[in-house]
Design a protein. Structure first.
Length: 254
């Protein structure tokens, strides 16, 4: 099935276990409207339980991104699975959409580069800016940045809980469990230190309690991702995985 919007195609067949949507354009009102329409049709009309969204995009409008993420969350909360898969360069709003997929099913190709950055405004050369207008823009940008860092922190917190439960089910001894989650913390800390992403003490899982994760680590991750958005660095797949923003390569998640 081909779409009428350049940069978006979709396909499905009765024998496929999942529908696939290819998104290789900017994130804007028109492209997101079509993506939302595809999600609704595949889940509600064709009754798929799983959709794979393949992303290669420079990003785009934050407001459009939020509309799509709300729809993704809507279906995930209802037990549907949305795989996200990054191909090539995935930047800005597209990187956040990549992270928004179902925990355990967010993948990238080996040579993908992922860029998270603070919201920005592009002005035309003829546009006149007043102090009040500039202040209004600044407040709007601060609001979007705050929302984005909180969202990334929430997804990282969900991933951390997912990993801890996974590790607990895999290891029989307490010592093996502690070694495994310590490795997760060390990998996170290595990337955080490389890009100076936190002023707080680095992660320490020696006395981790699942009941404390939501409140304790959410705040920590907000600090880290707030700085990541300001740094504007391209992350490798390994770095994004260490920061709990993706889950691995496609072949590892099937």
């Amino acid at each position: 099935m081909m779409s009428i919007y350049e940069g978006i195609t979709a396909r499905h067949a009765v024998y496929d276990k999942r529908a696939i949507i290819n998104f290789t354009t900017e994130v804007n009102d028109d492209s997101v409207l079509l993506l939302v329409d595809y999600l609704d049709n595949f889940f509600d009309y064709y009754k798929y339980e799983e959709i794979e969204l393949r992303i290669k995009s420079p990003g785009g409008r934050v407001s459009a991104m939020n509309v799509l993420i709300d729809k993704i969350n809507y279906y995930i909360d209802r037990g549907k699975r949305i795989r996200t898969r990054g191909i090539g360069t995935v930047a800005s709003a597209a990187a956040v959409i990549l992270t928004a997929g179902s925990i355990g099913f967010r993948s990238v190709e080996k040579y993908t580069r992922i860029l998270y950055h603070s919201p920005r405004v592009y002005m035309t050369s003829s546009e006149v800016i007043t102090i009040d207008y500039a202040n209004s823009i600044a407040k709007e940008l601060e609001k979007y940045e705050e929302e984005t860092k909180k969202f990334l922190a929430r997804k990282a917190t969900e991933k951390l809980k997912f990993l801890i439960k996974q590790v607990k089910n895999s290891y029989k001894s307490e010592d093996e469990f502690r070694k495994s989650i310590t490795k997760i913390a060390e990998e996170f800390n290595e990337v955080a230190k490389r890009y100076n992403l936190t002023n707080q003490p680095f992660l320490d899982f020696k006395s981790i309690n699942l009941d404390e994760i939501d409140e304790k680590y959410q705040r920590y991750f907000e600090d880290v991702f707030g700085k990541l958005l300001r740094q504007e660095v391209y992350l490798s797949p390994e770095e994004a995985k260490a920061l709990l923003l993706i889950d691995g390569y496609p072949e590892d998640l099937d």
